[in-house]
Design a protein around this ligand. Structure first.
Ligand SMILES: Cc1cc2nc3c(=O)[nH]c(=O)nc-3n(C[C@H](O)[C@H](O)[C@H](O)COP(=O)(O)O)c2cc1C
Length: 202
């Protein structure tokens, strides 16, 4: 991705980290997508881990070699490759990163590198934050840039309308999302030169 492309309309992927049947993550992610579309800075994609159906890492070679054997890995690689920035929408499971997210991160390496990532988390009183702190540590090994701005939503289920199944957490999270998107754009621009193909080959 060349800096000029990023300048015109960088690609933001909103990643749904939970995959279990009946999950709420998809509803929260749809709210994030709506915020990003209203903001207008990014070309926005919803990337739902449930749609990729990744088994527990089953590639024989280290991802740094990019010699993928399986169609599911190719598809996952091509998807993540085209992003300039990410918002990971995530709960915490047992105070930790959901296994599906950890697995999806570990499938790839170069595809994640030099891209900023923000977190929108939800849960009980913790708002998913303990899991996010753990995930931030992991993404640094992939050369991603986790940014401090994000959205934390304790007791998030109170904001799901049971009739419409729409998630609307109100004004404070909306403003937090706005700040997060502004910062993601700044980081996406700043890191763009590092993502040029010749830089990746070094
Ligand atoms: C296996 C499991 C572990 C959980 N652990 C936590 C936790 O540590 N902290 C928390 O706030 N909520 C926890 N919860 C409750 C989740 O916040 C809630 O179920 C939420 O809907 C999970 O996101 P999802 O619906 O997208 O899977 C847990 C839920 C599950 C299924």
């Amino acid at each position: 991705v060349l800096p000029e492309d990023v300048q015109s309309q960088p690609t933001l992927q909103v990643i749904v980290a939970s995959t279990r049947p009946g999950r709420s993550g998809r509803l929260v992610a749809e709210w994030v997508v709506a915020q990003a579309q209203a903001d207008g800075t990014f070309s926005v994609e919803l990337v739902d881990l449930a749609d990729f159906d990744l088994p527990l890492l089953d590639e024989p070679r280290h991802p740094r070699l990019r010699q993928y054997e399986h169609a599911h890995t190719q598809r996952w690689s091509e998807t993540i490759e085209r992003a300039d920035a990410f918002v990971v929408v995530t709960p915490e499971y047992d105070y930790a990163t959901p296994a599906a997210l950890m697995n999806a991160l570990q499938y790839l390496l170069h595809e994640w590198a030099y891209k900023p990532v923000a977190f929108v988390s939800y849960g009980g009183i913790s708002g998913g934050l303990r899991g996010v702190q753990m995930t931030k540590q992991v993404v640094t090994a992939l050369r991603m840039m986790p940014i401090p701005e994000g959205v934390v939503m304790p007791f998030f289920s109170q904001h799901i309308d049971s009739a419409t199944q729409l998630f609307n957490p109100g004004e404070v999270p909306r403003q937090a999302a706005q700040r997060m998107l502004e910062e993601l754009r700044r980081w996406a621009m700043a890191l763009a030169p590092l993502r040029e193909p010749q830089a990746a080959a070094l």
